[in-house]
Ligand binder design. Structure first.
Ligand code: SF4
Ligand code: SF4
Length: 178
């Protein structure tokens, strides 16, 4: 069981120790690589989450474009963008590359994934907190959408939350079968 002891809960606190972060990522990646069949269900659920995120992406994007471009207090800072252990499991279950920072991250600096044109990675592999955080202005703007459209967004978001929990349960259950 020693090899799983690095998997924890909550925010990853290794942003000042990138080699250790890489070690953690490689450890989880090796589980999906070496025990691929055992994690089939987790991988399937991760794909489902991805498809839900792709579904809501145009809706969030359209409204974010309206409000974020004139925002004077941009929330994309390293301290707000920290991935959690659950995010790593999800990204590696998708068999995607985890976006490793090139250097240690300072909390108050702009997020290492932010460019002049906005976030450089697709929504479905962003830290989950980036997807659920909607500031008051953005939320207000989104609520101005037709009721049906907003309801569909909200329903899909709830499905993401449920499926994410199922994926994590499945992952930890599969670990017991190794
Ligand atoms: S989500 Fe809100 S706080 Fe963040 S950049 Fe957009 S408008 Fe600004
Ligand atoms: S990951 Fe993308 S959306 Fe999240 S804080 Fe960084 S730049 Fe912003």
């Amino acid at each position: 069981m020693e090899r799983f002891s690095l998997i924890n809960k909550g925010e990853i606190l290794l942003w000042h120790d990138i080699p250790e972060l890489i070690k953690l990522i490689n450890k989880i990646d090796s589980l999906f690589r070496d025990f691929s069949d055992i994690f089939d269900e987790s991988k399937r659920l991760a794909q489902q989450i991805k498809s839900y995120l792709l579904e809501i992406d145009p809706f969030i994007d359209a409204y974010a474009k309206k409000v974020c471009s004139s925002c004077t207090n941009i929330c994309c800072l390293n301290k707000n963008s920290r991935y959690e252990y659950d995010d790593i499991i999800y990204i590696l279950a998708l068999r995607e590359n985890f976006p490793i920072p090139k250097k240690n991250l300072e909390e108050k600096e702009p997020c290492y994934l932010l460019s002049e044109k906005g976030c450089i990675i697709p929504r479905y592999i962003r830290p989950f907190r980036c997807n659920w955080y909607l500031c008051d202005n953005l939320l207000k703007e989104m609520e101005s959408a037709p009721a049906r459209v907003f309801r569909e967004f909200s329903n899909t978001f709830n499905k993401i939350l449920q499926t994410r929990q199922q994926m994590l349960n499945s992952f930890f259950q599969s670990l017991c079968n190794i």
